[in-house]
Design a protein around this ligand. Structure first.
Ligand SMILES: [Mn+2]
Length: 323
C-alpha cells in the first residue's frame, strides 16, 4: 500500500505517544513524498464536518492508531486512497486498505501498539519509536506481557536507557494533548524525525513545564475519592485538561476495581466518559456504537463523548452492563 502512493498525502493520527510515534515512523518511511500530518480535534474519536471538508482534497490519507467511524473513512475514500494502521477494536472496513491484526483475530498481547504494527509492516528493526508507542499504551503494565517485557529489557540494555526514562518520554510526549495543544501535537512527529534521541525528548523545556502543571492537576483529582456503586468506582470531575484516561488508569491500577470517570470540563456541550475494567468491554463498545454514541476502545478500555443531557442516562446503562 505504501509503495505506490502518488500526489499529496495526509497522515491522520491519534494525539497520544503511540499516534505521534506512528506518524513519525510513517514520515520517515515516506520522506520523499509530499506529506503533512494532522490529529483530529483533541478528544474526538471522529472527524467533524469541517475536518472532512478540509481533508477532502488529498490523494492519499494514512490513518494511524485511530479507529475512525466507518462513514468518515468512506467519505474520505471518495477522493483519496486510504490506508489504516491500527490496533483498536472495531469492524474491518473492507473498501480500503485496513491493516489491523487485532480485528482479524490476532492476540492483542502480540500487537500492543500501532507503532509496533507499523514498524514491523515497514520492515524496520525494533527502535525507540516502536517501543515508545508500546510503553505509551501500556505504561508499567507492559512488564506483565511475557514477550514484550523481555524485548524491552534487551532494548533498554542495548541503548543504555532505563525503563523509567521511556515512561518519562511518554509523559512528555503525551503532555501536549493533555494541555490541549493540538498544534504542538502535530509538530511533534517532525520534531522526532529531526531530533529524535532520548535526550532530545527528555530535555525538551516546554514539555517539562507541561508535565509539572499536569502533575498538579492530576493529583488534585486523585485527592478527591471516587464514589462506589456495586463495586464500581465512579469519579466525576470538571477539568479543562485532557487527563481523563490518566485519571482512570491511576484509579483502576491502584484499586483493581472497575473505574468510570466523567469529565464535564473539557468540551462545551459534551461530557467525556471513560471506563477501565477487568471485564471485557468489546460488547459495550459495540452497543454504544449501535445506539449512535461516539465511542470506542480496546478490550480493557471504553471511551465515549456523550451529549451533556444524555450523560446520566448513559451512565445508568453502562453500570447495568458492568455489574
Ligand atoms: Mn495505540
Amino acid at each position: 500500500m505504501l509503495d505506490d502512493l502518488r500526489g499529496n498525502g495526509l497522515i491522520l493520527h491519534h494525539w497520544d505517544t503511540d499516534g505521534i510515534c506512528s506518524a513519525r515512523l510513517l514520515l520517515g518511511y515516506l520522506s520523499d513524498k509530499d506529506l503533512i500530518n494532522r490529529t483530529p480535534v483533541l478528544g474526538n474519536y471522529y472527524l467533524t464536518q469541517r475536518e472532512l471538508e478540509e481533508y477532502g482534497n488529498f490523494d492519499f490519507i494514512i490513518i494511524a492508531d485511530m479507529s475512525l467511524p466507518r462513514e468518515d473513512v468512506l467519505a474520505l475514500a471518495e477522493k483519496a486512497k486510504i490506508g489504516i494502521f491500527d490496533h483498536h477494536l472495531g469492524r474491518e472496513i473492507k473498501e480500503v486498505f485496513h491493516y489491523n491484526p487485532v480485528i482479524k483475530g490476532g492476540d492483542p498481547d502480540c500487537y500492543p501498539s500501532a507503532s509496533w504494527i507499523i514498524n514491523s509492516f515497514l520492515g524496520n528493526d525494533p527502535n525507540l519509536f516502536a517501543f515508545l508507542g508500546v510503553v505509551g499504551d501500556h505504561e508499567k503494565r507492559i512488564q506483565d506481557n511475557p514477550v514484550f517485557s523481555s524485548l524491552l529489557t534487551d532494548f533498554c540494555q542495548e541503548k543504555d536507557i532505563r525503563f523509567d526514562d521511556l515512561v518519562t518520554m511518554v509523559q512528555l510526549l503525551d503532555s501536549n494533548y493533555k494541555m490541549g495543544d493540538k498544534k504542538e501535537v502535530e509538530n511533534t512527529p517532525r520534531f522526532l524525525l529531526n531530533k529524535g534521541s532520548p535526550q532530545d525528548i527528555l530535555n525538551h523545556k516546554e514539555w517539562q513545564k507541561n508535565l509539572t502543571d499536569l502533575t498538579v492537576a492530576i493529583e488534585k483529582q486523585l485527592r478527591e475519592a471516587p464514589e462506589e456503586i456495586n463495586n464500581i468506582l465512579i469519579k466525576r470531575m470538571h477539568t479543562p485538561y485532557n487527563i481523563i484516561s490518566t485519571v482512570t488508569r491511576k484509579i483502576f491500577w491502584d484499586t483493581g476495581k472497575t473505574t468510570m470517570v466523567i469529565n464535564t470540563g473539557f468540551f462545551e456541550e459534551f461530557d467525556q466518559f471513560y471506563v477501565r475494567s477487568n471485564k471485557p468491554l468489546e460488547k459495550l463498545i459495540e452497543k454504544g456504537k449501535q445506539n449512535g454514541f461516539k465511542c470506542g476502545g480496546k478490550r480493557e478500555v471504553f471511551g465515549a463523548i456523550v451529549p451533556r443531557n444524555k450523560t446520566e442516562n448513559f451512565m445508568t446503562h453502562v453500570i447495568k452492563f458492568l455489574i
